[in-house]
Ligand binder design. Structure first.
Ligand SMILES: C[S@@+](CC[C@H](N)C(=O)[O-])C[C@H]1O[C@@H](n2cnc3c(N)ncnc32)[C@H](O)[C@@H]1O
Length: 221
């Protein structure tokens, strides 16, 4: 798959997969979309009730969600245990072209470390942030050793990659979440909503970011 860096409408960069006609984020704004869905509707509500939050991301990609999660910790004591699952990692050269960290040196250092650190080992990037990147396909991932409070479900859309949206994967996410745990995704397709419900989630349709009418938040009862 050939990839190229693009600029989205809020000025933040993203990656386009040539041939698939798919981008890693909304063309309306990568940071805007991730802030709304994963941070606003996923992380923030959990920060009000948990001191340690275990996050599992499907599709680590550019590391944008990990960076925004780290930024959300400012002035809090919350600790994040972050697992990023990724089958086709972004290269360090590609990561260097992404503008998410801005001019802030400590953010740049954190973002660089997200990509430079080894796969499949836990690394402490900050006293409040531990990371393990798992290089594996979701289809091969059993998830037996993991548990999570929050899932960022950020696969390519069902049109481009239907096999990432099969009920068996939602079942895996349901199993690895703790009771009260939450899965958030930008995808609001009716079939995806019904499949999430069929494996046991309670699903809310929430307003989406600009360019997207709705998103989904699924909670394990
Ligand atoms: C929509 S992009 C989002 C990535 C990331 N969350 C971000 O903000 O950059 C989807 C990601 O899923 C990854 N992916 C594709 N197929 C996969 C698979 N079978 N298992 C795990 N990850 C996969 C892609 O390489 C890509 O990084």
């Amino acid at each position: 798959m050939k990839r190229r860096i693009i600029q989205t409408k809020d000025g933040s960069s993203s990656i386009e997969v040539e041939g698939l006609d798919e981008t890693y984020h909304s063309r309306h704004g990568a940071v805007q979309e991730s802030m709304h869905i994963f941070i606003g509707e996923g992380l923030h509500p959990l920060m009000e009730r948990l001191a340690v939050i275990r996050i599992f991301e499907v599709g680590f990609g550019t590391g944008l969600n990990a960076l925004l999660t780290f930024q959300a910790l400012r002035n809090t004591k919350v600790i994040i245990e972050y697992t990023g699952l990724e089958a086709y990692p972004v290269t360090e050269e590609e990561a260097a072209e992404l503008n998410y960290a801005g001019d802030d040196l400590s953010q740049q250092e954190f973002f660089h470390a997200l990509h430079a650190k080894a796969w499949d080992v836990t690394v402490r990037l900050h006293p409040q942030f531990n990371l393990i990147k798992r290089k594996a396909k979701l289809q091969d991932f059993e998830g037996v050793d993991y548990s999570a409070d929050l899932v960022y479900y950020d696969a390519f859309g069902p049109r481009a990659q239907a096999d990432m949206w099969q009920p068996e994967h939602f079942e895996k996410m349901f199993r690895l979440l703790s009771p009260g745990g939450v899965l958030v995704t930008y995808c609001a397709k009716g079939q995806v909503r019904r499949d999430l419900q069929s494996v046991g989630f309670e699903v809310e349709r929430l307003p989406g970011p600009p360019g997207k009418r709705e998103m989904l938040r699924a909670t394990k009862p």
